[in-house]
Every structure is written in structure tokens, then in C-alpha cells.
Design a protein around this ligand. Structure first.
Ligand code: NOJ
Length: 595
């Protein structure tokens, strides 16, 4: 309760801070008041924030090599400011052999030359700060590249001091080819055994992802110290936090017990896209050892906060967890905090427009995560874009409008993926020989890899879509002719304009910014409706039609009376006279203030 109240107060200050910044004609605040507001702003900036994920390879190229770079991101900061973004999360930009496009890191304290230099990075951070945009780094602690010096040492001999920085085990009995079989049945998420034989030292090493991404051994305290040092390095350069990659897989069962094989209803093993039996993931994912590590990392970050480096640095978790209890645990407690913002993938990856399921998931984060701030997310660089997971082929833009509304009109912090704001479409390769993401080669044709959601940002209608003057590393989709920033910015009914308006509401409307979420009209299976309410401020109601047919909603049953004044609605829709009769077209949205 206390926590919730503090949160509400923080957002209140943020709201007023945001209003003051937005309304240029507003009278100047007394100095003391302004500085109190900005201190709170620095402390609580992440609680009602809008975070934008950038896949740097695909955002903006400035040197014509077809790959995005840091100078490109700097060049686009005004665009992000105009959109209303508070922070950008950059997927890894460290030196890397790029097998997993940066998630295989070979040096944690430098910038990959393809993206630029440390000086380019410093410039990006300072230019972003000028625009009140924070920079969040990706931190990959589960594994390194096999070209990282720690691993090169580790694999050089069993006696090397770095040997126990990674997960090495003897194999089982000898196979016909003369080498022992892997220690157990564990599999890589990217296909086949998670164990790779090392002939030189005659042991297996464990890799949850690509063979070139050996897992670090988090039982080793030296690994902890190494990462605290890396985190410190980037915090001193002014980053506003980290997104901890693959964090739930830091630990494995020390007894090396086989994982269970998932069976279908007929009792037959389920086979995945790589042709392997699907495993239950119980011995290599979400083991309890992760929590003390998170507490340790969070404490290191909290200790860093000081007058010299003001502003809260946030810890975001890549937390694909299927139940709300597990998600709640990721926050830790007030005494022993863990993540500020573990990603809630339970709502955004429902992957079908099911009103009842959405209602349950939104209620869950309202009532079952201890008053903490939800981090809602619908899209990222690892999953087909929104059109492929939610679209019906006929109303994709309307459906994207529906999803954006759920994202920004719900309580919490919103994370979205570059290109969502212009309705970029998933464009997977059509031929195996064009695939860039290795899982698309291993899994072809069932698994085409992640290229389809990583195509370059579509800025304009030129051949390189304004992304590059060279040959883009992934092809520019045909759909870029309609879905691009230039075209959409000049169209008041575009999905871009919708994102911009929603984000603005999230910042300036008090109920939108900090109100509780209460579900309304809860037996309706076609329309999802909810109310945002905070004491002393007018309530806001939101209704989104999840169907392709027209609907009329009656919200007066929930005790709402009086009139509703439209704040935002699907272009062309009629204004409702009362909360008792809200008309919605196919996948229509209505947002109104109760008066
Ligand atoms: C999750 C990242 O989002 C994904 O792109 C990457 O392949 C794996 N972690 C391994 O680092």
C-alpha cells in the first residue's frame, strides 16, 4: 500500500513536470519547487515511461555500409523526442563476431567498429540527455562469445584459471566415434544438444544458445565481480540502466538431471522446429539461484546512484515467465529489490485477440505484483511483428491501433519496438539462401529465423527507405512504400499519429499517467473496457473492440454516470453521448474522460 502511494506521488510530480515542459506558455515555477520536481523526475522517471527498443543494425546507417550505426541513432534523436520517447534500449553494440548479431559479445567494454566508437557512444548519450532521452544498454550475462578472451583462456587447458568461468563437464560413456556422449539430454534453444565437445581438453561445454555462445558459470564469484565491473564502466559513461538478457537461464541443475520430454494428448513426444523432442525446460530455466544474483546486481547499481551521477538507473529483465507468481518474484522485496521492470510477456505475447485473456492478464498486473510497476511489451526483435501475431490481413492497422491502446492506456511503463509506430510488417526471407539469422538455417522451413522482424527502419520512400544509401543488410520490404515515417507524419489518421497522441495522453492526463486500472463490463467477450482513476482527477474510460464487427458498449453498469468527453477515438467514429452507449466500428477504439 505504502509503495503504491509513493508511486502515485512520484507520477504526480512527473505529470506536473511533463506539463511544465510541454506548455511553453506556463508561468515559470519558483526555483525551489522546480528543483524538487526535477529531483523526483530523475528518481521516478521509469514509472510511467515510454521505452523504445532500437536494433542498431537496422535503425539508421550513416556510412553507406548497409548496417545501422551509432551516429545514425544520434541523427534520429529529434524524431524520438517528437514521438515522446523517454528512453531507448539498444540491443548489444559491443564488439562481437555477430553470429547472434551482437548477443555473442567478445569485449564488454568497447563498441563494435561496425557501429562506431566509444566517442560516438558518448556523443549519443549526451545528445540524448539534452532531449531528456535516456540510454539503456543490453547486458548479456548468461554467455559470452566463444571468441571472448575469458573463453579462449578457459578452453586452452583444464588447469587454466578461467576454466571454471564456464560450464564444463565430462561426457557420458564412449560413443562409436570415439568421443563420450553429452552429459545429458539438455538442448539449446537454437536447436539440438546444448553440449559442445571440445577435443583439445576432452570435455563438453554448455551453451543454451548458439554453439558460439558458451554459458558462463554463475557459481563462480569471479564471474559476479567481472560483471559488476562491466556495469560500473557503462554507468560511469552515463547509461540509465540495463536490460538483462536471457536472465532466467543463468543457472542449471548441478546434478545434470535430464529434462522431461513434453508429450502431446496422445502421449507422443512433441517435436520442435529443429526436429528435436520438446523438453520441459525445468532444469535449465528459472532456477532459484538467479534471485540472489539479481539482488547483488541491483545493490551494485543502487550504490552507484549519487550526486555525481543523478537519476535512477533501472534494471529491466528479459523475463519470459508463464505465470504471474514467477513474474511477481522478479521484483524482489522492498528490503531486497531485484528488477525495477521485469518484462511482462504474459499479456503481449497472448498472440490472439481474446478479450477474456487480456482482461485476466491486465488484472493480474494490477492486483498480483505487489503494487510494482508493470513493464508491458508486445513486440521485440525475437518475435514476428504485430501483424503476424495479431493481424487478420484485412484490418492490420486497426488491430495495431488496438494493441497500442492496450499498451499505452494501461498502468505502467510501455516498451515498444522500432517500427511498430509506423506499422512495419513482418517480412521473413522466402529462400533459405537469403537467411541471415542462423536459427533460420537450422530450422528451415519451419523456423525461418528472426530476419523478418529485423528489416531496416522505414524512414521514407527512397530505394534504401532513408535507412541507407548502400545495400541494406536485410532487404527493404515492399510495404515500406506505404508504411514509412515521411508518409505517416503527414497523415493525421496514421498509426504514427495514433502512437504520438497516446503517448502524449500518457504523459499529460493524470488518470492516464497514474490511475489504477479497473476492468469494466467484464462479461463482454467482444470489447475490452477499463477505467483509469486517480483521486481528485476526472476518470478516463477506454473501450477497444477486438472484433471485425461493429459493437456498442454500455459502461454505465459499472457505476459511471454523467457524460464522456472524447479524448481519442478511431478516425471517423462517432462521439458517444453517455457512457451507456459507446459505438465502436471494426477494431474501433474509444478513450473518453468522464465528466
Ligand atoms: C535473447 C535475445 O533477445 C536474443 O536475440 C538472443 O538471441 C538470446 N537472448 C541470446 O542472447
Amino acid at each position: 500500500m505504502q509503495l503504491r502511494k509513493a508511486l502515485a506521488m512520484g507520477v504526480m510530480v512527473l505529470f506536473w513536470g511533463g506539463m511544465a515542459a510541454a506548455a511553453q506558455a506556463a508561468p515559470a515555477q519558483p526555483a525551489q519547487q522546480a528543483s524538487a520536481a526535477s529531483q523526483a523526475d530523475e528518481r521516478d522517471w521509469w514509472k510511467n515511461a515510454v521505452i523504445y527498443e532500437i536494433y542498431p543494425r537496422s535503425f539508421q546507417d550513416t556510412n553507406g555500409d548497409g548496417v545501422g550505426d551509432l551516429q545514425g541513432i544520434t541523427r534520429r534523436l529529434d524524431y524520438l523526442k517528437d514521438l515522446g520517447v523517454d528512453a531507448i534500449w539498444l540491443t548489444p553494440i559491443y564488439p562481437s563476431p555477430q553470429i547472434d548479431f551482437g548477443y555473442d559479445i567478445s569485449d564488454y567494454k568497447a563498441i563494435d567498429p561496425r557501429y562506431g566508437t566509444l566517442a560516438d557512444f558518448d556523443l549519443l548519450v549526451s545528445q540524448a540527455r539534452k532531449r531528456h532521452i535516456r540510454v539503456i544498454m543490453d547486458m548479456v550475462m548468461n554467455h559470452t562469445s566463444d571468441k571472448h578472451k575469458w573463453f579462449l583462456q578457459s578452453r586452452s587447458s583444464r588447469e587454466n584459471p578461467y576454466r571454471d568461468w564456464y560450464v564444463w563437464h565430462d561426457g557420458k560413456k564412449q560413443t562409436a566415434e570415439g568421443k563420450p556422449a553429452p552429459p545429458n539430454n539438455w538442448q539449446s534453444y537454437f536447436g539440438h544438444s546444448a553440449w559442445q565437445w571440445d577435443e583439445n581438453t576432452r570435455q563438453y561445454y554448455y551453451h543454451k544458445f548458439y554453439i558460439q555462445q558458451p554459458d558462463l558459470n554463475w557459481e563462480n564469484p569471479k564471474v559476479h565481480e567481472a560483471f559488476k565491473d562491466v556495469i560500473d564502466f557503462w554507468m560511469k559513461r552515463g547509461v540509465a540502466g540495463f536490460r538483462f538478457d536471457a536472465i532466467t537461464t543463468l543457472f542449471e541443475d548441478p546434478k545434470l538431471t535430464d529434462e522431461g520430454i513434453v508429450k502431446d494428448k496422445a502421449g507422443k513426444p512433441v517435436i520442435n522446429a529443429y526436429g528435436d523432442p520438446k523438453l520441459d525446460d525445468t532444469k535449465t530455466n528459472n532456477l532459484p539461484g538467479v534471485h540472489p544474483v539479481m539482488r547483488e546486481m541491483r545493490a551494485a547499481m543502487d550504490a552507484f546512484n549519487s550526486d555525481a551521477f543523478p537519476g535512477t538507473r533501472v534494471l529491466i529483465g528479459e523475463t519470459y515467465l508463464t505465470n504471474i507468481g514467477d513474474l511477481a518474484k522478479q521484483y524482489g522485496s522492498a528490503e531486497k529489490p531485484e528488477f525495477h521492470l521485469p518484462m511482462d510477456t504474459q499479456l503481449g505475447f497472448i498472440n490472439k485477440l481474446d478479450v477474456a485473456e487480456f482482461r485476466v492478464k491486465l488484472s493480474d498486473v494490477e492486483t498480483r505484483i505487489g503494487g510494482n510497476t508493470p513493464l508491458l511489451v508486445f513486440d521485440n526483435h525475437d518475435n514476428p511483428r504485430l501483424d503476424a501475431r495479431y493481424g487478420d490481413g484485412a484490418h492490420d492497422v486497426d488491430i495495431e491501433r488496438v494493441l497500442a491502446t492496450v499498451l499505452f492506456a494501461s498502468r505502467g511503463t510501455a516498451l515498444f519496438y522500432y517500427g511498430d509506430e509506423i506499422g512495419m510488417k513482418t517480412t521473413p526471407p522466402t529462400r533459405k539462401q537469403d537467411v541471415k539469422d542462423p536459427i533460420g538455417i537450422t530450422g528451415w522451413p519451419k523456423e525461418k529465423g528472426r530476419d523478418g522482424e529485423r528489416t531496416p527502419m522505414q524512414w521514407d520512400v527512397r530505394p534504401g527507405a532513408g535507412f541507407t544509401t548502400g545495400t541494406p543488410w536485410l532487404p527493404i520490404p515492399e510495404s515500406s512504400k506505404q508504411a514509412n515515417v515521411e508518409v505517416e507524419k503527414s497523415n493525421a489518421n496514421s498509426i504514427f499519429a495514433w502512437y504520438q497522441r497516446l503517448i502524449r495522453l500518457k504523459k499529460v492526463n493524470p488518470a492516464f499517467a497514474m490511475g489504477d486500472n479497473t476492468m469494466l463490463d467484464t462479461s463482454n467477450t467482444h470489447v475490452l473496457s477499463w477505467e483509469r482513476k486517480t483521486p481528485g482527477q476526472p476518470a478516463v474510460v477506454i473501450s477497444v473492440n477486438f472484433t471485425a464487427g461493429p459493437q456498442t458498449v454500455n459502461l454505465s453498469g459499472g457505476g459511471l454516470s454523467g457524460k464522456v468527453r472524447t479524448l481519442l477515438k478511431t478516425p471517423g467514429a462517432a462521439d458517444p453521448a453517455t457512457p451507456g452507449s459507446i459505438p465502436l466500428g471494426a477494431f474501433g477504439v474509444f478513450i473518453g474522460q468522464v465528466e
